[in-house]
Structures are given as structure tokens and as C-alpha cells.
Ligand binder design. Structure first.
Ligand code: GLP
Length: 233
């Protein structure tokens, strides 16, 4: 696991963009994308760039159950706002949070991932070490599944909603095995609230208590963290 410590968020976006541009230059066809505040500066760099994604595919990590793509809190909406409206891909996949049959939707998404192997996966990390919505305790061999969000994740994400009661209670999310299948992974972290999770991920034992710790076993991971997020390393 390579760790790059940067001065600030804009530097983080630039470094992440350089890695992404290199992967695209080397022939990447499918990008794995993430939501949350961590990748925002990367998406700004992508939007400002000359890169053309119109022949590429994107797959996102997760979507809330019950939110439509038009709902401003949905991850569909987030991706359109930050990236897709400016830089369309040939095909962009996210789980369908409104699917009638969530089990079937998880199966469909696993098939999409099998058909579109991810060349570069962008990841954030939760304060409790979760990746996507794979909370502590999630098996490392998990594939796309419905996840009940933990109290701490609901609290952490409440800032994006009018009230904590509006935060969905579950999500459809790629499993840890799906994430580990990516050829290359770039994990982004900003701020002191991530410092403990970053330390546990990089220096701690590989344990399902810290889902991100499994990344120690992946052959090509770069962590880009600002000084606050890297402060306990
Ligand atoms: C949510 C997302 C994760 C993300 C995490 C951290 O729980 N499902 O994919 O990594 O939040 O978000 P942020 O980047 O806003 O700190």
C-alpha cells in the first residue's frame, strides 16, 4: 500500500487525477467511482481536464435504497451534479435504489461488474473504516448486497439531509470482493475525522472490524491523504 500525504484538498484532487489520467492513458476502459466529499476535488479535475470519457464505462459503489435518481440526496444525483453532466461516459452504472426486488438488483449489479472489470476504483473511507457501505463485520468475500446502515454512518451522513430521520436506513452496495477485484485502487481521505480509520487501515491487522484493512492484501493501492487524515501514521 503506497501512502501519499498532501497539503490540502486541491493537492489531493490533483494527485488523484494524475493517477486516473495515467490509468486512462494506459488503456483503462472502466472506472469505479465513489460518492461523498472525498472524491469531489478529483471530479473537479476530471471536469476541467481535456480527458474524454465518452468511450468508457463507469460503475459506482453504492446507492441508497428508496431514493430516486432525481432526489438530490441520491448518489445518482450526486454523480450527475459533480461529473456526468460535464463528462458523460458511454455507460454509467449505479445500483437502482428503487428496484422492487432488491435481491434481484444485487444480482444484476454483480453481473454488470463481471461484464465490466474495473481498471481503477476510487474509494473513500468511513470514520469506522468502512469502504462503500461495507460496515465493520462485513465478510471479505461479500459481493453486491443490501446493507443496513449503522447508527454511526447514519449520523455521519445526516449532514447531507434535512433531518436525521430522512437518512435512508439501507443501501445497495458492492461487496468487499467486488472492490478487491479492481486492478488498481485509489483511496482518498481528508480531515482529522478519518485519522483513526487511516491508521487502522494502513498499520493495523487485517480484520473485518476495519473493512478497509483488507486493502493491505491488494497488489496496487495508493492512499492519498491530507495531513490531518494522515496525522496518526
Ligand atoms: C459514505 C459512502 C462511502 C464514503 C463515506 C465517506 O458512507 N457510502 O463510500 O467513503 O461516506 O464519505 P466522505 O467522503 O464524505 O467522508
Amino acid at each position: 500500500m503506497k501512502v501519499i500525504v498532501v497539503k490540502n484538498a486541491s493537492e489531493l484532487g490533483k494527485q488523484a487525477f494524475d493517477l486516473l489520467a495515467k490509468a486512462v492513458d494506459e488503456g483503462a476502459k472502466t472506472l469505479g467511482l465513489a460518492t461523498g466529499s472525498s472524491p469531489v476535488e478529483l471530479y473537479q479535475e476530471m471536469v476541467a481536464s481535456q480527458l474524454d470519457f465518452s468511450q468508457m464505462t463507469s460503475v459506482n459503489l453504492d446507492e441508497y435504497v428508496g431514493l430516486s435518481p432525481e432526489n438530490p440526496q441520491s448518489y445518482h444525483y450526486f454523480m450527475n451534479q459533480h461529473l456526468f453532466q460535464y463528462k458523460p461516459f458511454k455507460q454509467s452504472y449505479l445500483p437502482d435504489g428503487q428496484a422492487k426486488d432488491i435481491q434481484a438488483e444485487c444480482g444484476r449489479y454483480n453481473q454488470i461488474l463481471a461484464d465490466n472489470p474495473v481498471d481503477l476504483q476510487v474509494l473513500g473511507i468511513g470514520q469506522n473504516g468502512h469502504i462503500a457501505f461495507n460496515e465493520p463485520g462485513t465478510p471479505f468475500d461479500s459481493v453486491t448486497h443490501e446493507v443496513a446502515l449503522t447508527e454511526s454512518t447514519i449520523k455521519a451522513n445526516a449532514r447531507f439531509f434535512d433531518s436525521i430521520d430522512d437518512v435512508p436506513k439501507s443501501a445497495i452496495c458492492m461487496g468487499i470482493a467486488n472492490i478487491m477485484a479492481a486492478k488498481e485502487i485509489v483511496l482518498l481521505a481528508k480531515g482529522e475525522s478519518k485519522a483513526k480509520a487511516i491508521k487502522a487501515m494502513v498499520e493495523g491487522p487485517v480484520t473485518t472490524d476495519v473493512p478497509a484493512s483488507i486493502l493491505q492484501k491488494h497488489p496496487h493501492v495508493t492512499v492519498i491523504a491530507d495531513q490531518a487524515a494522515a496525522s496518526l501514521l
